[in-house]
Design a protein around this ligand. Structure first.
Ligand SMILES: [Zn+2]
Ligand SMILES: [Zn+2]
Length: 127
């Protein structure tokens, strides 16, 4: 694995967030000032295709990159954009049984308003 690819993979694996390519580029630049945005894009594509990371497609937002490649679902706050991993036990099995197919991969993004934003809304309404 090239030095750049290794660096990008490490940043993703050490992050608690689901970062965008832009955020990854800025973090990579701190370690490797000469790195170019196109290099970051190319490496993200290669890492996704070889199964090291997972690319998330989120409508109305930039793609995010997930270190966790085990099947899981995402809660996305429609107000602040925060992404939280969730695992709905038995979901894949239930879908497979219902549809009589074997699912190879899927992406489930549930839009909601997170606790912090909900509290903020209540506070704003109280004024
Ligand atoms: Zn929120
Ligand atoms: Zn995730």
């Amino acid at each position: 694995m090239s030095k750049q690819r290794d660096l990008i993979l490490n940043i993703i694996r050490n992050s608690q967030d689901h970062l965008t390519a832009e955020q990854l580029f800025l973090l990579a630049k701190q370690k490797l000032p000469s790195i170019a945005m196109a290099t970051v894009y190319n490496n993200l594509k290669a890492l996704d295709e070889s199964g090291y990371i997972r690319r998330l497609h989120i409508s109305g937002s930039a793609d995010r990159f997930d270190k966790s490649i085990v099947p899981h679902e995402h809660l996305i706050c429609s107000n602040c954009g925060k992404i939280t991993d969730v695992k709905i036990e038995g979901l894949q099995e239930a879908l497979e049984k219902k549809l009589n197919i074997l699912i190879e991969s899927y992406e489930l993004n549930l839009q909601y308003t997170c606790k912090e934003c909900m509290e903020q809304k209540l506070e704003d309404a109280a004024i």
